[in-house]
Ligand binder design. Structure first.
Ligand code: GCB
Length: 602
């Protein structure tokens, strides 16, 4: 799905700001037609933000159910004659939307965009009411999964992933206009041959109902370099542009060309431009060859983090100052990459990574599909991961759709080099194999140009995992020295090396997608004890000695970039403290260690 933009033929209006807000504690809002007028008992809510921490009220923070958002917007008079589209960059975890009294769309999945053509429901020059009923509950039909359990004090949401279930309108809501005949989608795939770059493009058009005498639309594309100089042109709904003396996009060098896709009302030079859409294009290649991960034909070593969208007060709400600041910190520490653990991040983040040469592993929200882990660490026991009553074919369909929507959204981003279709699911059982095999096919069908993998959990070591066979890359999370060999780094080192040597025998590149230790900033100890800053440093140093001794290890992503919020638990102190930075982005001692290692080129 194309992101809304301003162009010579398009205009957009952000609906961010203060919305009316109401929790639907009785679950009666739909039956009582709350969309048909002002919300009852209205409070204020900021968009974009998670609603949970804004109110400073536990009954709001832990609320499960329907959450109503409403505002009015005046549709610009100048949009008359255009198609008018209402676009949500996300609504976590699902939403139904009305324009005045008319339901216009519903969407499942909390981290990908959705939109509806609302032209027939609005009149340019007048004001309309927009109402969104967002729902934050997790079930075995959602990704990520969860259950709502009855307790004496009412329903409680349980889930098996280790981050707080923040919800709401986390990203920008847009109203935009575009011509009836317009660019509906564009796909680019880039190539390199020596100093020549190629850009294969495919444009999908939406065309106005043809009226007698109308001309057939013609697609023209042109590519400009970063200075704005045109370097290649083409025409047709698909084709290949050739760029001599190409400046490739590369890690650390976010060089972007700008592809302009135009629809004209004929082939003549003076034909009228009906629609124009611009897309940033980074020309690069990605390839897995043997146990190497190649970007532009060069071996690439991933240095960075698993991150979260997680901030004080606004939760998972997108925030530009923090976006810029986090990227400054990535640069300061010498990181070249991160994983969008454990869900698709805001498109602002992906765009920014493109422009700053940061490499991304792009992940779906399929996390917490592992009841083995849930029993021990995250609280809920007594479920079987894959069964007719738990994670089943319906979940698999929702998961497949989540993969398709992630790829549809992010397929054109040069920063994205690898799809991660799940984090730490159960993967050592025949049921897991049956569940995941078709999902790898879904990803490869949606994008044949990038490698695909999933993130393996410690409970499914080499020789037991039945899903890693489907991945192009092995992504593995290991906590030697933390969850096992706690406080015993010498034995942790032996065990980690032994396990990694097993994985290395598969002959695929290995990315360590998580390793680390919870660390309370300011806690020091002469004899490094778990939770101290010294222990985090020593655990990382131990891990690096092992990684550096195994050629197949092509990356290290520390868990986590920063401390983050979780559900309450006896293993969590005000959240997960495995950050190299605190939640408010102060460096722990490990940050200096990593800065020395990564900036020295290791
Ligand atoms: C993991 C999970 C991550 C957790 C982390 C931890 O393996 O992938 O979501 O936060 O461990 O700190 O336990």
């Amino acid at each position: 799905m194309l992101r809304p933009q301003d162009s010579p033929t398009r205009d957009r209006k952000s609906l961010n700001g203060i919305w009316s807000f109401a929790l639907d504690r009785e679950g009666s809002g739909r039956a009582d037609r709350w969309f048909a007028g002002a919300l009852p008992g209205t409070e204020d809510m900021a968009v974009p933000a998670s609603f949970n921490d804004i109110a400073a009220d536990p009954a709001v923070r832990d609320y499960v159910g329907d959450i109503w958002y409403q505002r009015t917007v005046t549709v610009p008079r100048g949009w008359a004659g255009e198609r008018i589209v209402l676009h949500f960059e996300s609504a976590t975890h699902r939403a139904t939307v009305w324009v005045d009294d008319t339901e216009v769309m519903s969407h499942e999945g909390g981290y990908t965009p959705f939109e509806a053509d609302v032209t027939d429901h609005v009149t340019p020059g007048t004001t309309v009411r927009i109402t969104a009923c967002v729902n934050n509950s997790l079930s075995f039909s959602s990704v990520p999964p969860g259950v709502i359990e009855d307790t004496p004090d009412g329903p409680r949401q349980r889930y098996w992933h280790d981050f707080f279930n923040y919800a709401g309108l986390h990203r920008t809501v847009w109203l935009y206009c575009a011509p009836a005949t317009r660019v509906q989608d564009v796909t680019v795939v880039t190539g390199l041959d020596g100093s020549t770059g190629t850009v294969d493009w495919t444009a999908e058009l939406a065309t106005a109902v043809t009226v007698e005498g109308s001309v057939s639309p013609v697609v023209r594309v042109s590519l400009a370099d970063a200075a704005g100089t045109e370097v290649a042109t083409g025409s047709g709904e698909s084709g290949t542009l050739t760029v001599p003396d190409v400046h490739p996009w590369a890690p650390g060098d976010g060089y972007l060309y700008r592809l302009s896709v135009e629809i004209t009302d004929g082939a003549a030079d003076d034909a009228t431009v009906l629609d124009s859409y611009g897309l940033n294009v980074g020309i690069r290649t990605v390839e897995v060859r043997g146990a190497e991960f190649l970007i532009n034909g060069e071996p690439f070593y991933f240095k960075g983090f698993g991150k979260h969208e997680d901030l004080e007060v606004i939760g998972k709400g997108h925030n530009d100052p923090h976006l810029v600041h986090d990227f400054k910190l990535l640069d300061w520490i010498g990181a070249n990459s991160f994983r969008t653990s454990h869900y698709p991040y805001s498109e602002d983040v992906i765009d920014y990574a493109d422009a700053h040469g940061i490499v991304l592993i792009d992940e779906t929200a399929a996390v917490g599909m592992n009841m083995g882990l849930g029993g021990g660490i995250f609280g809920s026991q007594g479920y079987t991961t894959f069964s007719a009553e738990t994670i089943n074919e319906t979940t698999q369909q929702v998961h497949a759709q989540a993969i398709r929507e992630l790829i549809a959204r992010d397929k054109n981003h040069p920063s994205v080099v690898l799809w991660s279709i799940a984090n730490e699911p159960e993967s050592d059982t025949p049921a897991a194999e049956a569940y995941f095999r078709p999902l790898f096919d879904v990803a490869r069908e949606a994008d044949p140009s990038r490698p695909v993998g999933f993130v393996n959990v410690m409970l499914a070591p080499h020789g037991k995992c039945r899903v890693s066979q489907f991945g192009d890359v092995l992504m593995i999370n290991r906590y030697y020295g933390w969850y096992v060999n706690t406080g015993d780094l010498p034995n942790a080192e032996i065990a980690l090396a032994e396990e990694l040597r097993g994985w290395a025998s598969d002959g695929k590149p290995i990315i360590i997608t998580e390793y680390g230790a919870d660390t309370l900033a300011g806690l020091h100890s002469v004899t490094p004890q778990p939770w101290s800053e010294e222990y985090q440093v020593e655990l990382l140093e131990m891990s690096h000695r092992v990684f550096d001794s195994i050629d197949e290890v092509v990356g290290e992503h520390i868990w986590n970039f920063a401390d983050f919020a979780t559900t309450p638990g006896i293993m969590r102190v005000d959240g997960n403290k495995k950050g190299v930075f605190t939640r408010d982005r102060r460096p722990k001692a490990a940050a200096q260690l990593m800065r020395r290692r990564w900036r020295a080129g290791n």
